[in-house]
Design a protein around this ligand. Structure first.
Ligand SMILES: Nc1ncnc2c1ncn2[C@@H]1O[C@H](COP(=O)(O)OP(=O)(O)OP(=O)(O)O)[C@@H](O)[C@H]1O
Length: 293
């Protein structure tokens, strides 16, 4: 379980994150989403004890990272800066890390297999592709069999098959009761993976809710063009609808296409276009994650 409570981190008088509060629960994959510079990495660095909070708390299994007994056995992390020393082999890297967290060397081979690097274990990590480095980073995070996994933008560098692999692995971890927190600047990347969504913009949480609730926010919107837009606008408003325009098309909320067609018919206005224009989840995300002016 991860609990972030009213977390603020200030750099030189500027709030990188401000009063950030959310929970990532066991058994669920939580997507931590925001544009570049919105405060994701800052939050995760405080959570992982790499940076100190100015105020507030970031807890793993009820404790600050630095107060955890055997932290590598409780939380595994994949951060953006990547790993190791390029001259080391993948297996060598994992063995060193296994030593540090008290994992057995048997676990190293098991994990190389698990992340699809069994054949590349004796290659130098400097010769790994970005996708292979990500797989090795995931294996490193899992060495201590932690219940909590934290991944910062792991999708960068993964091709679609790598992404499918990562989805399977993280879903499996959550299904076994683990907690997964994964950050991204694209909701589309995580749409098929996450259960809960936290959206951060300008260092502040804009929304924290189950993905299903976010999906439910996609209000039905109609695009309408007709001979007399003013008459149509008035008729739709009279029926209780919300109407906006870009100068060409009327955008109508609060009516079904059937209602809108009937209303136009009643006021004897020929329609040239009547289509459903519901925003995609990605568009909704951009609306929420955009700057908070
Ligand atoms: N060490 C630092 N010193 C000063 N400002 C910082 C520092 N680290 C982050 N910031 C600022 O804090 C804000 C949030 O940055 P952060 O890296 O957390 O965002 P992010 O959402 O992770 O973005 P990205 O996806 O680009 O990594 C930015 O305005 C950034 O410039």
């Amino acid at each position: 379980m991860i609990e972030i409570r009213e977390l603020t981190k200030t750099y030189g008088g500027v709030d990188a994150v401000k009063d950030v509060t959310f929970t990532a629960s066991p058994g669920r994959v939580t997507g931590f989403l925001g544009m570049n510079g919105s405060g994701k990495t800052t939050t995760l660095r405080v959570l992982l004890g790499l940076s100190r909070a100015t105020s507030g708390r970031a807890l793993v299994n009820g404790r600050r990272y630095r107060d955890l007994d055997q932290p590598l056995r409780q939380v595994g992390a994949v951060l953006e800066q990547g790993l190791s020393h390029p001259g080391q082999t993948g297996r060598g890297h994992l063995r060193t890390q296994a030593f540090l967290c008290g994992a057995s060397s048997g676990r190293v081979d098991e994990l190389l297999e698990y992340v699809g690097l069994a054949d590349a274990g004796s290659k130098r990590t400097g010769d790994y592709s970005l996708g292979m480095r990500q797989r090795l980073a995931v294996a490193t995070a899992m060495l201590g069999e932690p219940s909590v996994l934290v991944l910062d933008e792991p999708a960068n560098g993964l091709d679609p098959s790598g992404m499918a692999w990562l989805r399977g692995l993280l879903r499996g971890h959550a299904a076994a009761g683990g907690t997964v927190l994964i950050s991204s600047h694209l909701l589309g990347e995580l749409e098929q993976l996450v259960d809960d969504v936290v959206i951060i913009a300008d260092g502040r949480v804009r929304l924290a809710e189950p993905l299903e609730a976010l999906t439910g926010r996609q209000a039905l919107r109609l695009r309408v063009r007709g001979r007399d837009p003013h008459a149509l606008w008035a008729a739709f408003e009279q029926a209780g609808a919300g109407v906006t325009t870009d100068g060409q098309v009327l955008f109508v909320t609060g009516l079904t296409p059937e209602d809108a067609g009937e209303i136009a018919y009643e006021v004897r206005q020929p329609l040239y276009e009547l289509t459903v224009d519901t925003p995609t989840l990605e568009q909704l995300f951009f609306q929420l994650a955009g700057s908070a002016e």
